[in-house]
Ligand binder design. Structure first.
Ligand code: DPP
Ligand code: ZN
Length: 844
């Protein structure tokens, strides 16, 4: 497969004035009739008329009404055209029923649905399928489904047809069409300037009771974007549709967002607090794309972070405003380290703005999204809130209606602040997580921090340059008082020192507060100091971080030296847990432990070869020791934080449940699941039910609950996904692969449904001791199923190959086993471009 390079970008040869599409829907033979008004682009560097098109059966094509016989290749169509505006018409036939890749127009439970980002529109009809070609679309849908939807406003409807017009020019990747037997949950929203907007969430009959929370989230998002970014909605209707078979979480098509049903449908009985929070965030994310993504889009797919990094940043600000900002920050960093740092440390490392790709679908990554969002946060910290606001206003004003680049984005900040952002831009161009080493010194009332930064080489990028790093620092006195409030140090050199003067005694530093930059901070320190920061730091992130580091160091000593669980950690965590001045949600997070994968990476960074089984055993040993040590506290917490009010998925109640369920997990290690069994019986919401069932599984006493849970939820796909994954997650490492294999052969397994596939095999790879079982059975099972899935759904297959990305951390025997599976996948005849690229990069 051929790579595409950012440096090869050329402007489109032809631009589109308007598009008219007619769809005659039929499951196996849908006709798409297009009429596209083109004009030559004055900025073009050639006059080649090429339209993308894949798997289309061309029935006829014409230019200015005269039939033509274009050259057709597997990638598209070429024709000779006039050197003046002209109209291109085509009629093609496609087969939505056979489309299992879920890209282009496909069917899900009898409903027609599209997914065009990034390059799916070319599977619908011939078109310049690139984001810098923007046009106004009108769409006519003919079909017998009761509900026929597309982008923009409905202009005509009747028996068997509907016509839609979207007045906002958009790239083809934002096109959407939905047709089916759907029911709406309606509402209205009046924008700040008085536009009355009709809102709908469309679902399959039977799901209409699962929309209320999503609708509230949508209205909150609309208000928030007006208040915080001054952005209003711009059509008279906003539709959301829930679809069961979907590769991503959701998609921001103009005026017609399409959601994986797991990211929009909810009820207290079927969804956990975490599900509710995620739904709120994803609804916000897709809605916010209306300005950051749709009104201002990307010039080319290398600029994906322009819309994704910014929109993730915006949705994280929204969640911080709706819920607890510190809890959101800590959760985001846990996720960033688990997914993005892992990616940055391995063979798939790539810059936030990649310079080349083979298949763009492989670049919807934690690096583009989550690290991309971190860059926005750093930029804001560097320029300040006021300048950020001004720069954003300038960005919206100047680039509305345009397809832009990272250069355009940085230029507005340069103009508003007068600051040279050339060094900042390295964050977009160089892959890898900087290591930030720090040592300190105190002399004559002056306290100095000496920093050194170094970024490890990544594939294709051996040389790294010093970055600009905002390091938020505060200093504490021996009694816990803050002697220096948070100050942002701006590091720009490979090595740099910063001093604080006039101090009475040696302070205790709190460095990288609020996780002010996506770096790995390395500092030699003591357990006593960590316990002190856990008790006294005024910065919630660093308070949590101190506890996390204490736990991690203790675990590493257990794994490497066979040490006993660290009493300093056990005492500190006990004090923290019963500190009623702390938010319960914070305490629940602080009771978490580093993941098996985090520990594997930490050991590897220290020059040790991680043993997944030993890591798992150390974690179990620590959890058991901790349960013995703080059982009494856990029982107090469990009682004190029971929620008696009617269920609400808000921050307060979720926090209380998170803490009482963390306590339940501790108690279950002592009582064998007795209390969990009672909670399982009495639970009236999924958060409580699932937590109790998890504890029972963990205690080896889950059999009856497993059956009861299935009997209760058999008809609910999203709950049954949980039933699949939890059994695998809680299997012992010896049985992880067997559990996954058994469930993959269960009558309810469906290889065509990405949620179910991920619930099964995603759960397996999230259990490292089981997945990395020394026999290689986890590797074999995953490879087998990826080989089966690839011809059906390349995108989801390729995504899941990243389970293998950490292979170089492990011992020679495991490396050999993994390489054999990677080779087996690569040798599969007809392997997709998506999977070929991923496996080739992982193999190195
Ligand atoms: N649907 C994906 C997202 O919203 C891609 N745009 O991030
Ligand atoms: Zn997005």
């Amino acid at each position: 497969p051929q790579a595409v390079y950012l440096s090869d970008y050329t402007p489109p040869a032809y631009l589109v004035n308007q598009v008219h599409l007619t769809f005659r829907l039929a499951p196996e033979a849908t006709r798409v009739i297009s009429k596209i008004a083109f004009r030559p682009n004055p900025e073009a560097q050639n006059s080649d008329f090429f339209l993308h098109g894949e798997n289309l059966r061309l029935i006829r094509a014409a230019i200015d009404g005269a039939e033509i016989k274009p050259d057709i290749t597997p990638e598209g169509l070429r024709a000779t055209v006039p050197d003046a505006p002209f109209t291109f018409e085509a009629e093609v036939e496609i087969n939505p029923a056979a489309n299992t890749a879920l890209e282009g127009l496909y069917m899900s439970n009898g409903m027609y649905c599209t997914q065009c980002e990034a390059e799916g529109f070319r599977k619908i009809t011939y078109y310049p399928d690139r984001p810098d070609v923007m046009s106004v679309f009108s769409v006519r849908i003919e079909g017998d489904a009761p509900v026929l939807l597309s982008n923009g406003d409905a202009v005509a409807q009747g028996a068997g047809f509907a016509e839609w017009h979207d007045p906002w020019p958009k790239p083809a990747y934002l096109f959407a069409l939905v047709a089916g037997d759907l029911i709406n949950h309606p509402d209205r929203f009046t924008t700040r300037s008085g536009r009355d907007v009709e809102l709908n969430i469309w679902v399959r009959p039977g799901d209409e009771g699962k929309c209320a929370f999503g609708m509230e989230a949508l209205k909150k998002s609309m208000t928030w974007d007006e208040e915080v970014y001054g952005r209003e909605y711009d059509l008279d209707i906003f539709n959301i549709v829930a679809v069961d078979d979907f590769n991503m979480g959701a998609m921001e098509n103009k005026g017609l967002n399409i959601f994986n049903s797991s990211c929009v449908l909810s009820t207290p009985e079927t969804s956990t607090d975490a599900n509710f929070e995620r739904i709120e965030a994803i609804i916000a994310h897709e809605y916010f794309h209306n300005w950051t993504g749709n009104r201002i889009t990307c010039r080319d797919w290398f600029q994906l972070c322009l819309k994704e990094g910014l929109t993730v940043y915006r949705d994280s600000e929204f969640t911080s405003d709706m819920r607890s900002a510190p809890v959101k920050r800590i959760s985001d960093v846990i996720d960033l380290r688990a997914r993005q740092f892992r990616e940055d440390n391995g063979p798939l490392a790539h810059p936030v703005r990649p310079a080349s790709f083979v298949e763009i679908n492989n670049f919807y990554t934690a690096t583009v999204y989550e690290k991309g969002a971190e860059l926005i946060g750093m930029l804001k910290r560097l320029v300040g809130d006021e300048a950020y606001k001004k720069a954003l206003n300038l960005y919206f004003e100047r680039h509305d209606g345009q397809a832009c680049t990272i250069e355009d984005w940085l230029a507005v900040f340069q103009e508003v602040t007068g600051r040279d952002l050339a060094q900042f831009k390295l964050w977009y161009e160089e892959a890898g997580t900087p290591r930030l080493k720090v040592r300190d010194e105190f002399k004559d009332g002056t306290y100095t921090l000496h920093f050194e930064q170094q970024t490890p080489a990544t594939p294709g990028q051996d040389t790294k340059h010093p970055r600009v790093i905002p390091i938020a620092v505060g200093l504490l006195g021996a009694n816990g008082d803050e002697v220096q409030e948070t100050r942002v140090l701006e590091m720009t050199q490979a090595a740099q020192s910063f001093s604080f003067h006039g101090l009475a005694s040696r302070p205790i530093p709190s460095i990288l507060r609020d996780f002010s930059a996506p770096v790995v901070l390395e500092r030699d320190t003591t357990n006593a100091e960590r316990a002190f920061l856990l008790a006294h730091d005024t910065d919630p992130f660093n308070k949590w971080e101190a506890g996390r580091a204490l736990a991690r160091d203790g675990l590493i000593a257990m794994i490497r030296e066979g040490a006993a669980p660290d009493p300093a950690y056990l005492d500190a965590v006990q004090t923290m847990a019963r500190d009623e001045t702390l938010d319960p949600a914070f305490r629940a997070l602080a009771l978490g432990l580093p993941s098996e994968d985090d520990l594997a990476q930490a050991l590897f960074d220290m020059g040790s070869t991680p043993d997944p089984q030993a890591i798992w055993e150390a974690l179990e040993q620590l959890r058991n020791a901790r349960a013995k040590h703080i059982e009494g506290v856990a029982r107090e917490l469990y009682k004190a934080h029971q929620v008696t009010a009617p269920y609400r998925p808000d921050a307060e109640q979720s926090g209380a449940r998170a803490l009482s369920n963390a306590a339940l997990a501790i108690i279950s290690r002592i009582d064998g699941g007795a209390l969990a069994a009672r909670q399982f019986e009495s639970a009236d919401n999924m958060t409580q039910q699932l937590a109790a069932w998890s504890c029972l599984l963990q205690a080896g006493a889950g059999e009856a609950a497993t059956q009861a849970f299935y009997d209760q939820w058999q008809g609910d796909r999203l709950v049954i996904d949980k039933w699949f994954s939890l059994q695998i997650v809680h299997a012992s490492p010896e049985d992880t692969a067997e559990a996954a294999s058994r469930l993959a052969n269960h009558a309810d397994f469906n290889i065509r449904n990405p949620n179910r596939f991920r619930a099964t095999f995603g759960a397996m790879v999230m259990s490292p001791a089981g997945f990395h079982h020394a026999s290689g059975k986890g590797y074999r099972l995953l490879a087998e199923w990826l080989i089966r899935l690839d011809p059906l759904n390349p995108q989801t297959t390729a995504r899941m190959c990243s389970a293998f990305e950490t292979w170089r951390r492990y011992d020679a025997a495991r490396q050999t086993l993994i390489k054999a599976e990677l080779d087996r996948i690569l040798d599969t005849p007809g392997l997709s471009r998506d999977t070929t690229e991923m496996v080739t990069r992982i193999r190195g």
